[in-house]
Ligand binder design. Structure first.
Ligand SMILES: Cc1cc2nc3c(=O)[nH]c(=O)nc-3n(C[C@H](O)[C@H](O)[C@H](O)COP(=O)(O)O)c2cc1C
Length: 528
């Protein structure tokens, strides 16, 4: 304070000020007039004052610049932090007002996020404690920093996976991507239902095609490889010690694939070729490939969830994924609809999962079923009520209970199927063992080395091997807060994925959900 008073030159204590000689008029004039106009007489006094004021004004400028720079830095830190108020309470409502068409709002948000990321001005999770050991989960044998994912459809063309990871997600799913580019359904095809924080969409899998997405993902790997002085192949083969898809430790990139609309859904061979084409192009860049057979907006797509076509398609995808030109192969998951929820349909899907060797299932998607999506007691305004009659898949918080129920049921079915397979395998092995023993008995003395038995060296069936590795579940549908995410995980999922909550809650949603989860866990521990 004292020094700033001295620097300012005005706020000196009165006693000191009065002790100083008062500047002459000329000198006072000098303070306000250019020096060449000064008379020569009082020059000495004037020049000594000038020598004093010049560094003073420089200091002032320096002080101002520093404080402006500091304030700018503080604003930058605040605005680019996912916890900032504006990401929740300013940006999402502003997008709704400025872009009445939800797809326009979505496109602008995606390209703005991409541009901000390139300029290093993107919102990001800055707090180092946002994850922490309590949120870490093991998925497919690898550690994931946290169990919150961003669901397919938000980054359909793999334009901004890194900007989405920066929001704090442990998992980002890009796509759905079809083999050939297709435009999707005519616009408008995305609608907001703000009264219930819901969305309806009938995009119909608009995609730039698998070659385009492969090009985008390859470019990303190349840039990353260059930044750490490796080549593309080394990064894909794990030499950078990061997953080859996400390129970030403890995170996973999911790449979702689907069939083209024009491909005849009743011809399973043709459909399989569509998926296999996508795998050929994209497997290298994915930690997990997701087979989409559940979008409600591609005619006939969900029929592929019947056990026979599903088994064939998934087997084709798994086989192709195992051939991926990379040291570690991507895992394969299948995304299933919440509308195929009767016991026999679900059993069929579980059977197809085991018979094909798929590693897991993403339970949920948007729904065609409008029953129960409006909370009791809520009366929609006219606009929302009209929007609810639009054709397409609905998503929003009211889907949560259905998702939770489905996750619990799939968990039970998958585990019970796995037990059955193990049991059956043991019976088969015992049968093989006893027949081999009988044969060995008749051969005793004739051969020195024992033939390998099923017990000591014999083959285990493909299903048996799978039964030893539990099938992984990711969940999507109506997850909005930390308490719900925890419930989903406790019901048997490894990852809780979000989309609509991000649209309404803004880019701090992932951070918020994680901190709510921690609070919930702390609360639970204290209660105990
Ligand atoms: C506009 C929009 C586009 C979507 N596109 C896809 C897609 O391409 N593939 C897919 O599997 N799911 C897609 N989904 C579904 C989401 O991935 C998610 O499963 C669903 O919205 C339920 O989750 P939520 O309640 O968190 O939104 C889309 C959803 C929305 C709202």
């Amino acid at each position: 304070m004292a020094s700033s008073n001295r620097l300012a030159g005005r706020l000196v204590p009165t006693a000191l000020a009065s002790a100083r000689p008062r500047p002459t008029f000329a000198a006072r004039q000098h303070l306000s007039r250019p020096s060449q106009l000064l008379p020569s007489g009082p020059r000495r006094y004037a020049s000594s004052s000038s020598a004093e004021s010049l560094p003073l004004s420089r200091l002032k400028v320096a002080l101002w610049s520093t404080s402006i720079a500091l304030s700018g830095f503080v604003v930058y830190l605040y605005v680019t932090d996912t916890r900032s108020f504006i990401h929740r309470y300013v940006v999402p409502p502003a997008l709704r007002v400025i872009f009445p068409d939800a797809e326009d709002g979505h496109n602008i948000a995606v390209s703005a996020l991409g541009t901000l990321y390139d300029l290093k001005l993107n919102p990001r999770e800055r707090s180092s404690s946002a994850d922490g050991p309590e949120l870490s989960v093991s998925v497919f044998g690898d550690d994931l920093r946290n169990p919150i994912g961003i669901s397919a459809g938000l980054d359909k063309h793999a334009q901004i996976p890194d900007a989405l990871f920066a929001l704090g997600a442990g998992v980002v799913e890009v796509g759905g991507c079809t083999p050939l580019a297709q435009p999707g359904n005519p616009r408008p095809r995305m609608f907001r239902v703000p009264g219930i924080d819901g969305l309806i969409n009938r995009y119909g899998l608009n995609s730039h095609g698998a070659d385009h997405m492969a090009m985008k993902l390859r470019e990303r790997v190349r840039l990353y490889a260059k930044s750490i002085g490796l080549d593309e192949e080394s990064v894909l083969n794990g030499e950078a010690n990061v997953p080859p898809g996400s390129l970030l430790p403890g995170r996973m990139l999911l790449v979702q694939i689907a069939k083209n609309k024009d491909t005849d859904g009743s011809n399973v061979e043709e459909v399989s070729r569509d998926y296999v084409y996508c795998v050929e192009r994209l497997a290298k860049y994915a930690d997990v490939l997701v087979v989409n057979v559940s979008s409600p907006n591609t005619p006939g797509l969900r029929d592929l969830q019947a056990v026979e076509p599903l088994s064939k398609i998934l087997s084709a995808v798994v086989n192709e994924a195992r051939r991926a030109d990379r040291k570690t192969k991507p895992k394969v998951m299948v995304k299933v609809s919440p509308d195929e929820d009767d016991e026999s349909q679900m059993q069929g899907i579980v059977q197809a999962i085991f018979s094909s060797g798929v590693d897991g299932v993403i339970v949920g998607n948007t729904t065609r079923d409008r029953a129960g999506v409006i909370p009791p007691g809520v009366k929609l305004d006219q606009q929302d009520a009209r929007t609810m009659t639009e054709t397409g898949g609905y998503s929003g918080p009211m889907m949560f209970d259905r998702t939770l129920n489905l996750v619990g049921r799939y968990r039970k079915m998958l585990d019970s199927y796995s037990r059955q397979v193990r049991h059956q395998d043991t019976i088969d092995k015992e049968a093989v063992d006893s027949s081999l023993a009988a044969i060995e008995g008749t051969l005793t003395g004739m051969v020195e080395d024992k033939a390998p038995t099923a017990k000591n060296n014999g083959p285990t069936s493909l299903l048996g091997k799978q039964a030893d590795t539990p099938k992984v579940i990711f969940a999507t549908g109506g997850i909005t807060n930390g308490e719900q995410a925890l419930k989903i995980l406790n019901a048997g999922a490894s990852v809780a994925m979000i989309y609509t909550a991000l649209v309404y809650g803004g880019s701090g949603t992932v951070t918020r959900i994680k901190s709510q989860m921690k609070e919930e866990m702390k609360g639970g521990a204290q209660k105990k």
